[in-house]
Design a protein around this ligand. Structure first.
Ligand SMILES: NC(=O)C1=CN([C@@H]2O[C@H](COP(=O)(O)OP(=O)(O)OC[C@H]3O[C@@H](n4cnc5c(N)ncnc54)[C@H](O)[C@@H]3O)[C@@H](O)[C@H]2O)C=CC1
Ligand SMILES: O=C(O)CCC(=O)N[C@@H](CCC(=O)O)C(=O)O
Length: 488
């Protein structure tokens, strides 16, 4: 099978054979070989060769190709949504929203490019000061599996718009979505070599990140891999590295008037995408006492009725599967370990069928666990921590190495102001679910969640560098000379 797309041609990978499966039926959806280091090198060469003419095209010409891509996505939306649903396990309704986000990314990126990296000029003395932006060159894009279309797209679109050429290394768990996305780019008329697809697992990723021919790397994935890349790029200030990583996100609940609204918002924060969003609430901070007890009882009652099912099940489930049987097992093991360490299951996460990666929502009270691991558990497992007062809740919310998203459900604006001031995260929400960040806003975290290169609306910033020019059409001697110089 021709799994790689290099210099405008599909060709077979010569690396390791791998496959992707429907996480519920285990049916094989895609199989192919990954790219070897030599094939990575030939893709880098292709991207290098394609770079000058792509970068020299006018912005309007590049936008025309991007617009054609958006039109292709819209025309093939059902097919792409089905492919996403089948490969990730997310329900079709949710996969459809992913395709919509992909198509919307084009106009938003154009607006952001013009606003953040556009051209500006004004008089400065007897010259004109001009600010323009240039692309970095050849950049690598690494994608995660949870949004196999939308999140790589969030790097690829602004990178191409700015005039870079791209090497796309998708998650090895979602090669089919990546292949379909590249087909859409080809259909849109993207010239050969401008976008190259390097399928493969870790070894391909390692070869690409280590290739000296890349000018930058834009990564969305786990903190562990991101950290590794950060170390690998240390001492390389010439290369741009943008890291979007995970979180251990807190959602603090105050005693609110509308308990059902709180329950609904908690469920949307913790269990959408089967808990596989980097913005998902992982830690729910609930006040001690009768109101907190009642909230948890209601949360458990409603969560236990959540429909979990295959991506195409009708009527549609709220939650699909997690990405793989291996991921399901790791989550079940993590829950078992927490329970062994003194956590109390309010609603135990279960895996109803051994051979399907479907998990039911889990809610675990970890208040009594003294050594709580500050790790992201990427699935439908919410940890509850009871707090005594609001100050203690904020302290607990900040008790993490991560800093992606933090939220407060409260009827008090004063408390929100305090929470906003004292919490440390790139997304801080009030009475809104933690998930579902807007593409029209910057998206990124602090601490172990990122390296201060926010994506989404601010992706334009890491896709181009500013060039400041002082310009005047003719060279003249200044009216006043600097002391010590005489023009005889
Ligand atoms: N902050 C954000 O914007 C987002 C963060 N994420 C995070 O992504 C994670 C889930 O995605 P995964 O695919 O599991 O992430 P991952 O880190 O396992 O993989 C991401 C990519 O890196 C590659 N890779 C793995 N090890 C590598 C190495 N040593 N060198 C080079 N490449 C390597 C993989 O093949 C894949 O293409 C979660 O932790 C989640 O929080 C997911 C979505 C958004
Ligand atoms: O990148 C964008 O355009 C906006 C950010 C975004 O879509 N965030 C999503 C997904 C993040 C994830 O979990 O991977 C969200 O906030 O739900």
């Amino acid at each position: 099978m021709n799994s790689l797309y290099i210099a405008g041609s599909w060709l077979a990978g010569q690396g390791e054979l791998f496959e992707s499966r429907n996480p519920v039926t285990q049916h094989v959806l895609w199989a192919g070989n990954g790219a070897t280091a030599e094939q990575v090198e030939s893709a880098v060469q292709a991207a290098r060769q394609a770079f000058p003419s792509w970068a020299r095209r006018s912005l309007e010409e590049r936008i025309a190709v991007l617009d054609a891509f958006a039109a292709t996505l819209k025309r093939r939306a059902d097919e792409i949504a089905r492919c996403i649903g089948e490969e990730t396990g997310k329900p079709l309704w949710e996969a459809a929203t992913e395709v919509t986000s992909m198509a919307n990314k084009i106009a938003i990126s154009v607006q952001s490019y013009r606003e953040r990296t556009g051209e500006k000029s004004g008089p400065l003395g007897d010259a004109t000061a001009v600010l323009r932006h240039k692309p970095h060159g050849v950049v690598a894009v690494f994608g995660p599996y949870n949004f196999p279309g939308h999140l790589p797209n969030g790097h690829i679109v602004p990178a191409l718009l700015a005039g870079n050429t791209v090497l796309f290394k998708p998650s090895e768990l979602t090669p089919k979505v990546a292949e379909l996305t590249v087909q859409c780019w080809i259909e849109a008329g993207l010239p050969a070599g401008v976008l190259n697809l390097l399928q493969g697992a870790r070894e391909t990723g390692i070869a690409l990140a280590a290739n000296p021919g890349i000018d930058g790397l834009f990564f969305t994935g786990s903190s562990r891999t991101g950290n590794h890349l950060h170390q690998q790029f240390s001492g390389r200030p010439d290369k741009i590295l943008a890291l979007e990583m995970g979180g251990n996100n807190p959602l603090v609940v105050d005693e609110v008037a509308d308990m059902d609204a709180a329950v609904y918002t908690i469920i949307q924060s913790a269990f959408i995408s089967a808990g596989q969003r980097c913005t998902c609430a992982r830690r729910l901070l609930v006040p001690q006492g009768a109101w907190g007890d009642a909230l948890l009882a209601r949360l458990v009652a409603v969560s236990s009725t959540i429909e979990v099912g295959a991506f195409d099940q009708q009527p549609a489930p709220f939650m699909g599967s997690v990405i793989s049987l291996a991921a399901a097992k790791a989550l079940m093991d993590a829950q078992e370990l927490m329970l062994a360490n003194g956590a109390v299951a309010l609603l135990e996460m279960t895996q109803p069928q051994d051979q399907a990666a479907l998990l039911t929502p889990g809610i675990i009270d970890v208040t009594g666990v003294t050594e709580r691991e500050d790790e992201e558990l990427f699935g439908p497992l919410l940890q509850v921590i009871r707090y005594h007062d609001f100050e203690a809740a904020i302290a607990e919310a900040n008790n993490t190495q991560y800093g992606l998203a933090a939220g407060l459900l409260s009827d008090s604006e004063a408390r929100y102001q305090q929470f906003w001031l004292e919490s440390r995260a790139g997304i801080v929400n009030w009475n809104k679910q933690l998930t579902g960040a807007a593409s029209t806003a910057p998206f990124g975290g602090v601490g172990a969640s990122g390296n201060h290169r926010a994506s989404a609306y601010y992706a334009a910033d890491y896709c181009a560098y500013p060039v400041a020019s002082l310009e005047t059409p003719s060279l003249v001697v200044p009216a006043t000379l600097t002391p010590g110089i005489t023009l005889i």
